[in-house]
Design a protein around this ligand. Structure first.
Ligand code: BG6
Ligand code: MG
Length: 223
């Protein structure tokens, strides 16, 4: 058993396990274009981690005319069709560099592994990557009602694997996801840029060239 009372690792999917974030954003850009308006590149960071409908609402803020609520579902569905077309190439072996090795090493060190993703496509993507079986529990956008930064998805993952939040580390690439982890009471490692993921306890550029033992050593000692 590694130190710091850590028993479980909870991974966000998009942007942590697999490089799908840019395809989510590209699909929103296309949807906006189809509706006759543009969204700024800066919105990419803000949308990360948010649920489909929550993201749509942020996108529609850039539309000059008001969009009736009865149109939202069809628009969200169109975005998902665009997204699925954009990731149609994803298959076995397409996890981000270092991810499989990281997961295997963590399992060998006795860690329980879970997914905590807001995506309703999470299970099918994990299955396409061929890594579903590496996780003890999966909690995704089909299991939860509230989008990150609400802690629901991480509470769901913690109870699913039977650990208390303080015994888990969440790995997140989104500001909203880091916030959700902190609200849940887990430890949190950011995957991305330190100047963006300012609330994470530790920020790494990726899961490549590291392992859970090293990360636990680098995390500030818990109170
Ligand atoms: C999150 C992504 O993981 O899932 C968001 O970071 C996305 O960009 C959200 O909106 C919901 O995904 P989906 O696949 O259910 O539309
Ligand atoms: Mg993410």
């Amino acid at each position: 058993m590694l130190g710091n009372h850590i028993r479980a690792l909870i991974f966000d999917l998009d942007g942590v396990i697999v490089d799908t974030t840019r395809f989510h954003f590209a699909s929103w850009v296309t949807l906006a274009q189809e509706l006759g308006f543009e969204i700024p590149a800066s919105l990419d960071e803000e949308l990360k981690g948010l649920g489909r409908l929550e993201s749509l609402q942020k996108v529609l803020n850039y539309r000059a005319e008001i969009t009736p609520q009865e149109d939202w579902q069809a628009m969200a569905s169109r975005k998902n069709d665009l997204y699925l077309a954009n990731i149609s190439h994803l298959s076995y072996g397409d996890a981000l560099p270092g991810v499989i090795e990281f997961l295997e090493d963590a399992r060998a060190n006795g860690m329980l592994l879970a997914i905590g993703s807001g995506s309703k496509n999470a299970r099918s993507i994990l299955s396409r990557l061929g890594i579903t079986g590496m996780f003890n529990y999966i909690c995704d956008g089909t299991d939860t009602k509230r989008s990150k930064p609400d802690p629901e998805v991480f509470q769901c993952a913690c109870s699913g694997i039977g650990v208390s939040p303080g015994e888990a580390i969440v790995f997140e690439d989104a500001v909203s996801g880091v916030e959700a982890a902190l609200r849940c009471g887990t430890r949190v490692v950011g995957i991305g840029k330190a100047d963006i993921l300012t609330k994470a306890e530790l920020v790494l550029t990726s899961l490549e060239h590291t392992n859970i033992k090293e990360i636990i050593q680098k995390l500030p000692k818990s109170a």
